[in-house]
Design a protein around this ligand. Structure first.
Ligand SMILES: CC(=O)SCCNC(=O)CCNC(=O)[C@H](O)C(C)(C)COP(=O)(O)OP(=O)(O)OC[C@H]1O[C@@H](n2cnc3c(N)ncnc32)[C@H](O)[C@@H]1OP(=O)(O)O
Ligand SMILES: CC(C)C(=O)C(=O)O
Length: 513
């Protein structure tokens, strides 16, 4: 029975987690994860199933030999050979545990084990006694407990506690339980088993119905004091209760539950990343706590709330769980307040509300075309708007370029010159060449093109292209810039920008020109 409010965290990433198809890990990889779990102050690390393979044995042994800050545990069936192999792997552990189990549900006993309930009790007691002779810390699990008969569970648990088990684990092996029902089972076991106070009750929940963490919380509310879980919720089929979700629920709702764990929560994100990189299982972006979007805010109303007071939309800080910071993501749902705040952070300021509104309108247009707006997009957009808001002799009204395989590209451009619309058409070596020639057909700038370069501002095929055009005229050199997700338009904008700069230089030098 629980003696205090501390919940023991038993991590089984290296055992049940590894049972996820495709998640096999080498000894060195398991050792790296075990060290991270130790650093995170996990109480018990289930390092593997010693009899399963020579590799599993070697991994458990390597972890038991070197990791001293957590108890190291091996799983074993209720069989002598399994228990002896587990004890051998753990023999150098500073603190070792044998975890032996047998199924107690009618369906498992009848079809899988092909044993009577009495034979199952006999195997369980014999296994616990044998384990207890080899190591003091013995855990016993009733596999498929959530589909087992309550009276039978009381009977077998009482006997294995007498045989030396000090942790009794109640697994929801097939993820069948519902929180209220599961909590009730734990409560009943604690009340009805006469020697229940000699053991710590534990739960091990699977996520087949997406309820593994909810069931674990119901169990600790009912008196269980150990929870078995995995990093990123890895595990057989739909996985196990996720360590990060359970631990952060306990921490965040201490007001309600009054419980705590030993976990250093700032090590959660590093642990999640390590497990993901080793197993090759990506973490979904919207995964609680460790998903890339767990602390990202895109909607204008949320961002505005966050700017005014963080707790309006966050129940924990990103730093609490090991992220460096939360994120304001600029996108089509963002509002003016977040837009201005982000640009101020980037060092860009607006000279007037009109300028802000103009930039914000352009930002929304861009956001409709692009999935995510990066800082570089914002800066390009603002310098574009600020350049456009300055007096401009030339303004690009429209551009239409036809470019087909085997055909010469042709551009039709419409340009405002001192407020009067001019149109021209030109062919060119490529679509950019055609566009710039069409502009020149109107402007006759007599400048020479010294440089043309195009860069993708961000990665991805929907990136904005940022074009730089350098023009020289009578010894004056200017750099025009333009950005757009269409690089032909970006090129035309950059060219027009450069023409305006040349014109501005002339105006400054000879105001009456
Ligand atoms: C709910 C869980 O997650 S339990 C853990 C599951 N994890 C694993 O199974 C991974 C590691 N397993 C393995 O490597 C192998 O299954 C081994 C080495 C354990 C056993 O391999 P094998 O000897 O070839 O047996 P196999 O896996 O085919 O069948 C399991 C046998 O164990 C028996 N068994 C299953 N659980 C138990 C138990 N807790 N106690 C005693 N016997 C058990 C089965 O009835 C079956 O017996 P049978 O061969 O007499 O029919
Ligand atoms: C061996 C036990 C704890 C198990 O993994 C399960 O029942 O899911």
């Amino acid at each position: 029975m629980s003696s205090n409010n501390q919940v023991i965290i038993f991590d089984t990433t290296l055992r049940d987690g590894e049972q996820s198809p495709g998640a096999s890990m080498t000894k060195d990889e398991k050792l790296r994860i075990a060290r991270q779990l130790e650093k995170m102050r996990v109480d018990v690390i289930e390092a593997g199933f010693a009899i399963a393979s020579p590799g599993d044995f070697a991994s458990i042994k390597a972890i038991a030999d070197t990791v001293t800050g957590s108890t190291i545990c091996s799983l074993s069936r209720a069989l002598d050979a399994d228990i002896d192999r587990a004890a051998e792997a753990l023999k150098n552990a500073a603190s070792g545990r044998i975890h032996t189990f047998i199924a107690t549900s009618p369906i498992h006993m009848k079809y899988k084990l092909q044993m009577t309930p009495d034979q199952v009790v006999e195997h369980a007691v014999r296994a616990v006694k044998r384990a207890h002779n080899l190591i003091s810390d013995v855990e016993f699990s009733l596999e498929d407990a959530s589909r087992s008969d309550l009276d039978f569970m009381c009977r077998i648990i009482e006997k294995v506690i007498d045989a030396g088990a000090r942790t009794i684990n109640i697994p929801d092996t097939v993820g069948y339980a519902i929180p209220e029902e599961f909590g009730h089972t734990i409560e009943q076991l604690l009340q009805r088993i006469p020697n229940a106070d000699k053991a710590i009750f534990s739960v091990h929940c699977h996520n087949d119905l997406g309820l593994a963490v909810a069931n674990s919380l119901a169990a600790v509310t009912a008196g269980a004091r150990q929870v078995e879980c995995t990093i990123n919720g890895l595990g057989e089929r739909a996985g196990n209760a996720s360590l990060e979700e359970f631990v952060m629920a306990i921490r965040t709702r201490k007001d309600l539950l009054g419980l705590e764990t030993n976990i250093d929560t700032t090590q959660i994100v590093p642990a999640s990343r390590l497990v993901s990189s080793i197993t090759g299982f990506p973490v979904q972006p919207n995964k609680a706590i460790v998903g890339a979007n767990a602390f990202a805010h895109e909607s204008g109303i949320h961002q505005d709330g966050m700017l005014k007071h963080r707790e309006t939309y966050e129940i924990m800080t990103a730093q609490d769980v090991g992220w460096q910071t939360n994120r304001m993501v600029m996108g089509k749902h963002s509002g003016r307040n977040a837009f201005r705040a982000r640009l101020n952070e980037l060092g860009a300021t607006f000279s007037s509300d009109a300028e802000l509104n103009h930039a914000f309108t352009r930002f929304k247009e861009l956001a409709d075309k692009k999935h995510e707006i990066f800082d570089e997009d914002l800066l390009a957009l603002v310098s574009d708007v600020q350049a456009a808001d300055a007096y401009e002799k030339y303004k690009l009204s429209s551009l239409n370029v036809t470019s087909q395989t085997g055909e010469t590209p042709v551009a039709q451009v419409s340009l405002m010159v001192d407020g009067v619309e001019h149109k021209a058409e030109s062919a060119g070596g490529g679509p950019v060449d055609a566009a710039l020639k069409a502009i020149e057909a109107i402007v006759h700038s007599e400048s020479s093109l010294e440089l043309y370069s195009v860069n993708a501002i961000t990665s991805g095929t929907d990136s904005q292209g940022e074009v730089t055009v350098r023009l020289e005229k009578s010894g004056r050199i200017v750099n025009g810039m333009g950005a757009d997700i269409d690089i032909i338009i970006a090129s035309a904008k950059a060219y027009v920008h450069a023409l305006n700069l040349l014109d501005a230089n002339v105006q400054k030098a000879h105001p009456q020109v």
